[in-house]
Design a protein around this ligand. Structure first.
Ligand code: NAD
Length: 274
């Protein structure tokens, strides 16, 4: 249950702040219809990360169990292709009208930018972009394009020739270009975080005076270091999450899509419309 005193304190801190960093995870997009990874029904329950979130694991599955690989790609692509920003993304975008706001997100769904947040560091990359094997940006994709790939993956998973159909369906995301081999610009387990996004995120965490940690279990390292970096440099840390949010100065217990618009209203009288 969200405590009114806590909301009042958080609103006071927000009004006093000169530079706010938002550190977001899968939970901020849950109300846009994108599953988190670790909650009940989350992606990792059906598709364990050691198999589906490493380059080696994905290549091995594509080779040996193409149907399963196509199912995984369909499951991850479809919700992101269909998603729209929810009231949490909208409220965070509106916050920048009142105080300098930098968003550092672990998400790969592009929803903070679509909602209008002006500075967004995507430390785990974006499913809406492709890059070379060295991480150089190649191409921007749109949600309609992702939807087509997702539909083709669903067909591949049911096809008599799943491997061929899957490879064909993946062409917008994976293949050869004049820049060499191209892949989605997302960080898999064991890979380095995106640069310069990570270096700039660390700098922002160390210089903000308030950090809002929204919808992350805080177990993915090194991203999960950011709240302690902020705290060690004197910033207050507010967590917004329906479940135990770990170490913070204040925990606003609830769904981001309900708590953030309320917080903005209490701090600045701002209402955000979708
Ligand atoms: P996680 O699944 O480990 O944790 C999700 C957190 O969100 C939990 O603490 C949960 O209680 C909270 N949550 C659930 N519903 C919420 C709501 N409505 N409002 C606020 N909080 C809510 O996710 P993580 O910590 O972000 O780590 C998983 C990794 O996978 C990250 O890199 C993450 O971004 C990525 N991922 C991205 C997306 C996406 O792009 N939308 C979706 C799933 C996972």
């Amino acid at each position: 249950m969200l405590d009114d005193t806590d909301i009042r304190i958080a609103a006071d801190w927000l009004r006093d702040a000169r530079r706010v960093v938002i550190f977001s995870g899968a939970g901020v997009s849950a109300e846009s219809g994108i599953d988190t990874f670790r909650d009940d029904g989350g992606l990792w329950i059906d598709f364990p990360p050691e198999t589906f979130a490493t380059v080696r694991g994905i290549l091995r599955t594509a080779l040996l169990r193409p149907r399963r690989c196509a199912e995984f790609l369909h499951r991850i692509l479809e919700p992101i292709a269909q998603a729209r920003p929810n009231p949490a993304h909208q409220a965070l975008a509106a916050l920048d009208r009142h105080v300098e706001t930098i968003v550092v997100t672990q998400n790969i769904d592009g929803l903070h930018q679509q909602a209008g947040s002006p500075i967004v560091h995507e430390i785990h990359g974006s499913l809406l972009e492709t890059c070379t094997l060295r991480g150089r940006f190649v191409k921007l994709l749109n949600r309609a394009g992702l939807m087509q790939v997702s539909g083709a993956m669903s067909c591949a998973a049911r096809s008599l020739f799943p491997r061929l159909r899957m490879l064909w369906a993946m062409r917008p995301l994976v293949g050869l270009s004049r820049h060499g081999l191209v892949r989605p610009r997302v960080v898999l387990f064991g890979e380095a975080l995106c640069e310069p996004a990570w270096t700039e995120s660390l700098a922002a965490a160390r210089t903000c005076d308030l950090m809002l940690v929204v919808g992350t279990s805080g177990v993915v390292l090194p991203a999960a270091m950011l709240p302690s970096e902020a705290s060690a440099n004197g910033a207050r840390v507010i967590a917004i999450d329906p479940d135990d949010a770990g170490r913070c100065d204040l925990w606003l217990r609830g769904a981001a899509g309900a708590v953030l618009p309320l917080l903005l209203r209490r701090a600045f009288g701002e209402t955000t419309e979708l």
